[in-house]
Design a protein around this ligand. Sequence first.
Ligand SMILES: [Zn+2]
Length: 367
Amino acid sequence: MAQTRIVIAAVGDLMCHESQIKEAWHDSLYVFDSCYSVIAPLLSDADIVTGNLETVHAGKAQIFTGYPRFNTPDEYSLATRRAGFNFLTTANNHAYDRADIGIIRTLHVLDSLGLAHTGTSPVNDERAKPKLFNIRGIKLGWLAYTTFCNDSIPPAHRKMLNLYDTTHIKEDIAWLRSLPDSLRPDKILLSLHWGYEYELEPRNEQRERAKWLCQAGIDYILGSHPHVVQPTERLTVVREGVAHECFVIYSMGNFLSGQRTLPRPMGIVVYLTLEKDTLNQVKLLSTEYVLTYVHLSKQIVGKKPKVSVRTKRQILPLAEWCEGEKAKLLPVSVVQDMKKMKQEVEARFQKADPLFKPRRTELPMKF
Ligand SMILES: [Zn+2]
């Protein structure tokens, strides 16, 4: 049998601050699609495209707001779907921003858009189950947890959010391992919302937690929450006498947000390529990244005398846009900021994990 390869593309936090809601309002409609107009082709060739949806869709009647209690128009997730995302995780500290109504309605919106999800449950009878994938014979089990929530959740809603709990994680792993052959995952992934805001390195307690998780059966950990990019780590653990190599990215930063303080506009797309060999063993063939930058530009809209200036927000692949002809399309100060952030983060990546490599990209000169 031929070898099979699949690609997972993962990003960090998908945020929607007040400024984003305002600028998305176009002639009585919310439109977020232009945020993805440049970056979308870099997502389209992956089999799974995932991110952390750090807001809720509680509906218009609840009033759309940014930080500290998010409620975002449904069109935000629609644009995410159109950009190529097919799986969102919803376990984060903002999941309960609009109580149970927010959780329930968000999942309904994601279902209606055909976006797979895990991390929250619409009922309190049962926690969200890990998501199962089978892509060309490569099977994955995917968990999503958050180490905290901004609100204290009453007992009547406690199972609706996957709050970090080692007993629950062990139960999930045991459930995945108990599945029949046709479903039992080759690899188990965990999207974990954890860590400390704006810190560029993980703390030791996270490194210890990562070790425990890998030992318990998690193969790849995809971290979010600090709003800045943190490095990766490879851990070798022995489970039942067999050595496993695990991969951790501690934080993937903001993929889309209203945060402008450097380096918060920078995020990352992490590409994991998995291969099933002729012996039916699934292994991690490569781990690559594309740095991203949320760029703001001004656009003049309308016709004289009724012209107005509108802010346009776009996610750019950072490395490609801070060099050559493309860089000439951006203000010099923005290019300088991008170069500085790239240099700083790549130095940290190189030190932490030289196997984590930049992915080559070549996008059209489109802006
Ligand atoms: Zn968070």
